[in-house]
Design a binder for this molecule. Sequence first.
Ligand code: ATP
Ligand code: MG
Length: 451
Amino acid sequence: MPETAPVPHILVVDDDAEVRYSLNRVLSSRQYRVQEAPSGEEGVAAVKKQPPDVVLLDNRMTGMTGLETLQHIRAANPKQLVILMTAFGTAQTAIEAMKFGAFDYVVKPFDPPTLLALIETALRTQADIRSAGGVQPVLNSEEHKEGIVGTSAAMQQVFKVIGQVAASDVTVMITGESGTGKELIARSIHRHSHRSARPYVAVNCSAIPENLIESELFGHERGAFTGATAQRLGKFEVCDGGTIFLDEIGDMTPATQTKILRVLQEGEIQRVGSSETLKVNVRVIAATNKDLEALVKDREFREDLYYRLNVVRLRLPPLRERAEDIPQIVDFFIQSLAKGKKTKARKVSPEALAILCRHHWPGNVRELENMIYRSAVIARSDTILPKDLPDEVRGGADPEPAALELLYDELYAQLKTAHPDDMLGAVKAALEARAAAVPATKAKKPEAKKK
Ligand SMILES: Nc1ncnc2c1ncn2[C@@H]1O[C@H](COP(=O)(O)OP(=O)(O)OP(=O)(O)O)[C@@H](O)[C@H]1O
Ligand SMILES: [Mg+2]
C-alpha cells in the first residue's frame, strides 16, 4: 500500500463485546482504523454517517440480524462492502448474504490470517465491484427453505455463486456427475431471481426424440405436420419471462444445438409451421454431466453454443469430495421421511454413519437419498444400523461392536419395562433382533487369523 493511501476504515458490527474486542485487536495490528458498533441498528447509523471501507458484520445478533442489517446498509449505501460473519454456513444464509450484496461471508470460527486476507481482497477489489455494478438487494419474503444441504467449503462456493448470479440474467452452466444436485441448484437460482414469480421449465434434452424436439421447444401451428391437430406452445414460449433449464445438453443433436443457439443469440423463436418470429425473454440455465470441452474438441458440440452457455460455470462437486456434508444430508433425508410419516427411523447409528461417510457414492446425493429411504424402511428400530445398509455399501464391513452395544442397550431398556406377562415375547424379540444385527458375514468369517 503506498504511504499516502488513507488508512482503511473498518466497522465491526457485533453484539458480543468480546468478539468486537478481539477483532479490533487483530485489525489494529494491520494499522486499520477500527470502529465498533454493538448492534445492527447502530451499525446502519454508523454507515449512514460515514461509510467505512469494509463492514464486518455478525449474523446472529439480538435485535436486527446481520442479514437484515446488511439489507439496510446496502439500501443506504449500495456500494458498501460488507463481509458477513456467520456461525452456521447454511445454504440459506450464504445465498441470501450474497444475494443481498455481501462482498463475502466467513464461517466462524476463522483464524486471523484468513480474515485479514479476506479484508485485503475486499479492499483491493472494491474498484472491480463498482465497475461490475454489484448485486442490488432483492427483497422478498418468500419462504426460505432451500432444501440444499451441506456446509463444506465446496458447497459454500456453490452458494456464493448462486447468490451472485441469481439477480442477473446471465446464462449459467451447471456441471457435475449424475445426482450431484444440478437440477436442485437450477431451481434455487430461479427462486432467487427476479423471475421467481414467472415459470421455471425444465427440459431434458436427451429424453425428447429428435423429430419432436423442435415442436417441444418452440411449439407448432395446427397442421404443421401430420398429427399436429391443434396449435401448441413450446417450452420457450410458455416460459416467457421465466427460466428454462436445459438439462443434459451434452446429448443434444447438432440440429437442436443450432436452434437453441438462435434463441440465445436473437431472443426469438418460430413455431414449427409458422413464418412469424416471436420475441421471448427467457433466462437459460444449462446442465450436463458430460465433458463438454471434449465434445467440442470432437466437434460433437458446437463451439459457439458452448461459449454462449458457458458464461458462468458452476461445478458441483461429487459427494465423495465433500464427505463432511454426508451426516447433515443423511439427517435431512431421515427427518424428511419422518415428517412424511413414511418410516419410523429417526437417526443413524455412528457406525452406520461412518460406513456412509466412507462409501464412494458413484450416484452421489441421489444414491444416498435412495439408500436412506431403503434403510429407513428396513430398520427395525428408530435407528438405522449397519446391518440395515446394503452389502455393497457396507463393503464387507466388519460387524460393528458399538452398534451391537447400542442394540443391547435398547433391548435391555425394552426388557426392563416389559410387563412380566410379555417377558417371554420380549426375550424372543430381543434374540431375533440380535440375530439380525449380527451380519451374516461374521458367521462365514474364517476363525484363524493369518499372521
Ligand atoms: N445438497 C443437497 N441437499 C439435499 N438434497 C440434495 C442435494 N443435492 C441433491 N439433492 C437431492 O438429490 C437428488 C438428485 O438431485 P438432482 O436431480 O438435482 O441431481 P442432478 O445433478 O440433476 O442429477 P442427474 O445428472 O442424474 O440429472 C434430488 O432428490 C435432490 O433433491
Ligand atoms: Mg438432473
